[in-house]
Design a protein around this ligand. Sequence first.
Ligand code: ZN
Length: 86
Amino acid sequence: MFEVFVGHNKEASHQQPFAKQVDCPHCRSTARIALTSLEGATPNTGPRVSDLHLNQKDAFWPHDSIAFAIYFCKKCGIATVLWNQA
Ligand SMILES: [Zn+2]
């Protein structure tokens, strides 16, 4: 289960808070934060992203609850997602 917040939320991360803006990886302009979301860290919060696939050799998938931030580029409009895990 995810909690979703509009804009920057310092509490919506399992690690350091997400930055308010990042470089757009598509056009190198500036992407500004639009949404942040936190997946619960307790086992009673329902299915988790980490349950969808197995972590395997030569591949990577989250092994714990995640938080993510969605950014929209001010120039090209393409969304970028950054995430971290508990
Ligand atoms: Zn861009």
